[in-house]
Design a protein around this ligand. Structure first.
Ligand SMILES: [Zn+2]
Length: 226
């Protein structure tokens, strides 16, 4: 009833162009959905995201769904997700990307999804962790279990933007921790984050898991900077 009233007062519209759409859960109109800057990296084992980790971390599969480009629909949606209090956009995008990636078997043999955690104080301020919302959408679409209790973030790291790769890695390396790690032994784990830029956060989490456990790793992000 509340939803029906809401639809009458604020008819559901495309999050990118504002065109009216039949249902809020669709997020985008057909045109904007088609115009998303898809990478199609999941169709290639050797792709730019997988190459990020070559010689740094052993991964089974790695991909990003979209190119993160200035003025793109992707940038618009990520801005709403991160800075405009719209966790629903994360869930909807998680569902959308999972429905497309699963056609090519990207999720085969994956046992557990771990979203990249956020520092508690930062999460409290934002009200949610956007990587976790994305991961939740993927979990809904694939029925793969998700955990936010094993991989944790403690130390508050400084801004990543003005540091070199080695410095950045040093900075993030010690800021993650594991608990109840035996549950994860011999599992194929999918790490999920919103955007990959240098890959240092995903590498730090991946190395922590690989150092402490006998596990397989795959990596998925919503978007990648070119
Ligand atoms: Zn649109």
């Amino acid at each position: 009833m509340i939803n029906l009233l809401l639809d009458i007062i604020y008819p559901p519209s495309c999050e990118a162009c504002g065109t009216l759409i039949p249902s809020r859960s669709e997020l985008l109109c057909i045109k904007c959905r088609l115009n998303l800057s898809r990478t199609d990296y999941h169709k290639l084992r050797r792709n730019p995201v997988a190459q990020h980790f070559w010689g740094r971390l052993q991964v089974e599969r790695a991909t990003s769904f979209l190119h993160f480009r200035e003025q793109s629909i992707c940038q618009q949606l990520i801005h709403k997700l991160k800075y405009e209090g719209r966790p629903d956009i994360g869930v909807a995008l998680g569902r959308l990307l999972a429905s497309e990636l699963k056609v090519n078997g990207f999720f085969e043999e994956i046992d557990l999804i771990l979203p990249i955690p956020m520092h508690k104080a930062k999460q409290k301020k934002r009200g949610y962790n956007q990587a976790e919302r994305l991961a939740y959408g993927v979990a809904l679409q694939t029925s793969i279990e998700i955990s936010t209790d094993h991989l944790l973030k403690g130390i508050h790291t400084e801004s990543q933007t003005k540091k070199g790769r080695a410095k950045r890695f040093e900075n993030v390396r010690d800021s993650f921790s594991l608990q109840n790690e035996r549950d994860l032994d011999s599992k194929h784990i999918l790490l999920i984050d919103d955007v990959i830029t240098t890959g240092s956060t995903l590498e730090a989490c991946g190395r922590l898991l690989k150092d402490r456990l006998d596990c397989r790793l795959s990596i998925l992000t919503l978007a990648a900077t070119d």
